[in-house]
Ligand binder design. Structure first.
Ligand SMILES: Nc1ncnc2c1ncn2[C@@H]1O[C@H](COP(=O)(O)OP(=O)(O)OP(=O)(O)O)[C@@H](O)[C@H]1O
Ligand SMILES: [Mg+2]
Length: 282
């Protein structure tokens, strides 16, 4: 077995209990004149504890909207019309801003597509990681900076102490994405890590390095991970469970193996055929 790609600990069993469950979640966008346009239709899915679940589907299918609904950061014009989002029995949609703030960054953290935009250009990368560490864990200044440098080291950025003193514009795109992963997966110490297209816009070689890093961190920390991606090649290499979305609906869910070898849904088969994966399904 190739040591570099070997999982650090075994994947959680696929019959693991769900950490997060979305049940019949529907919603619409409200236009200026008050008209509602439905965009999500009875979305139901489970994120099993310790498992990496992919959410796939073409552009506009509702992936980001579902992820941002979990964190309560959906656009202000989005109106939920039905459904629940349960984390350990608590319905997140019933929480107020204060309750959601406790969950965000603590139990659930998210990595966005554009890392550089998520970092504040005015502060060094180390300072930003340290600030979040202080806020979440009540650590002192020196301890928080130590944790920041350690997190930068653990996402394999060379010379972490020097890099911690740099500003985001001094980082490459891949490095900025590593810094955001350090923030979301290591500094926040979440139970659930959501990554929305974390490698879009990066060179292909950098993309695969970032995916290796995500896999390493998810496995070694037993994180429940939700990976939103267009790339079915990434899904095949990384994920145990797959949720397929199309036009605001979940059209198929199952183990990656089942989806790649015996997809039932016509849209899933089309996606697989387009990506030249899952010949059996095409
Ligand atoms: N602020 C908004 N106002 C109105 N409609 C929106 C808004 N944000 C998203 N939508 C619509 O909601 C639907 C789902 O969007 P979403 O961003 O979740 O798609 P996605 O699957 O993440 O797509 P992509 O792969 O391109 O990121 C789309 O039809 C989109 O046009
Ligand atoms: Mg999106």
């Amino acid at each position: 077995m190739n040591v570099a790609t070997a999982p650090i600990v075994a994947a959680a069993p696929l019959n693991a209990a769900p950490l997060l469950e979305i049940e019949n979640y529907s919603g619409s966008f409200r236009a200026r004149n008050g008209d509602l346009t439905p965009v999500l239709y009875n979305v139901s899915l489970q994120l099993k504890t310790g498992v990496i679940t992919a959410v796939v589907g073409e552009t506009g299918s509702g992936k980001t909207l579902v992820a941002s609904s979990i964190l309560g950061i959906q656009p202000a014009t989005f109106v939920r019309t039905s459904g629940r989002i349960l984390l350990g029995g608590v319905d997140l949609v019933s929480l107020d801003e204060k309750g959601l703030r406790k969950i965000r960054g603590g139990q659930i953290s998210m990595v966005f597509q554009d890392a550089r935009a998520a970092l504040n250009p005015m502060f060094t990368v180390g300072r930003q990681l340290a600030d979040v560490h202080q806020r979440l864990h009540g650590s002192g200044k020196a301890e928080a900076m130590e944790a920041a440098v350690d997190a930068i080291r653990r996402v394999h950025i060379p010379e972490p102490a020097r890099r911690a003193r740099q500003y985001p514009h001094e980082f490459s795109g891949g490095m900025a994405q590593r810094a955001m992963i350090a923030m979301a997966a290591l500094i926040c110490e979440p139970q659930l890590l959501i990554l929305d297209e974390p490698t879009t816009g990066l060179d292909v070689t950098i993309q695969s390095e970032i995916m290796d890093l995500i896999l390493e961190l998810s496995r070694s920390r037993g994180l429940t991970t939700c990976l939103i991606t267009h790339d079915l090649g990434v899904v095949a290499a990384t994920c145990e469970e797959v949720v397929v979305m199309n036009a605001g609906r979940v059209v198929e869910t199952g183990s990656a193996e089942t989806i790649f070898t015996a997809a039932k849904d016509g849209y899933t088969r089309k996606l697989l055929a387009a990506s030249q994966l899952g010949e059996m399904a095409a």
